[in-house]
Write a protein that binds this ligand. Structure first.
Ligand code: ADP
Length: 256
């Protein structure tokens, strides 16, 4: 379980805090979606969870252990990250995905590592790309490779920054389905930002709405209301029910 308590952060002493006391809790196997306007602090929160930024105050606990005190390697054994913009270096797709396992194998990859990479490449329909230079792939293919690398890492928590930004509908669905499978079958928690509220409702179990440096609202999709969306995004939407599912119409103009 991921527990964040009273987390505060600012980029430098002269700047105002971006995170002003974030509280949230994500259970094992749950998919949590972080929602909020551009600049509301979603990426900053991810960077604090990943150890790229050091908080001013507060706690981040994972399975009861203080994430802020873990070594990089220990953290990489637990958390994988799929960023919005991926820097791989000029490696083959196979080797890029294998790099996801460095925190596990240390110096030299073994048979099990190769087998896991092969199985992940098959799940992501990337077998035919294995020998290709990852730098030569399209944005969407690179994003799939980044996801494959995160899967190969066998994390307990997967952090996703706008995972579907570069993807066409079929690949978007593939990544969403694989991510859901991961959460359900292996009890892995996923924390993701998404800009499309309808996509978020299809994908997520729990939603965290960020505004003014805090998680202002948290809950399941049943608790989504037009008033919350108006408050968070400053955008008027209508929520309708269709065949038992909520659909959000209109708005979204300021979402990210
Ligand atoms: P989001 O991911 O929700 O769009 P960010 O976390 O990227 O929001 O940004 C939150 C705020 O922090 C914004 O006001 C942004 O300008 C500021 N910010 C982000 N990165 C930096 C940085 N490296 N240095 C200073 N300010 C930053």
């Amino acid at each position: 379980m991921l527990q964040i308590e009273s987390l505060t952060f600012r980029y430098n002493r002269r700047a105002a805090p971006v995170l002003k006391g974030v509280d949230m809790e994500l259970k094992d196997g749950e998919i949590g979606i972080l929602l909020g306007k551009n600049g509301s602090g979603k990426t900053t929160l991810f960077k604090n969870i990943l150890g790229i930024c050091t908080p001013l105050g507060g706690f981040i606990l994972f399975d009861g252990a203080n994430l802020l005190k873990m070594s990089k390697r220990e953290r990489a054994g637990k958390i994988a990250y799929v960023p919005q913009h991926i820097q791989f270096g000029a490696l083959s797709v196979f080797d890029s995905v294998l790099m996801g396992r460095v925190s596990r194998f240390g110096v030299k990859a073994g048979k099990e590592d190769y087998a896991i990479v092969e199985s992940v490449l098959a799940d992501m329909q990337l077998e035919n790309y294995a020998a290709r230079n990852v730098e030569m792939l399209s944005g969407g293919e690179r994003q799939k490779a980044a996801f494959a690398r995160a899967l190969a890492q066998e994390p307990k928590l997967l952090v996703f920054d706008e995972p579907t930004g570069n993807l066409d509908i079929a690949n978007e669905q593939l990544i969403m389905d694989e991510a859901k499978k991961l959460a359900r079958d292996r009890n892995i928690s996923i924390l993701s930002s998404l800009h499309d509220l309808n996509q978020a409702m299809c994908f997520g179990d729990r939603f965290f709405f960020m505004k003014d440096g805090i998680v202002k609202y948290a809950g399941t999709k049943e608790q989504f209301t037009e008033a919350i969306i108006h408050d968070v995004f400053d955008s008027d939407v209508r929520i309708i029910e269709h065949e038992g599912e909520k659909i959000i119409l209109g708005g979204n103009k300021n979402a990210n």
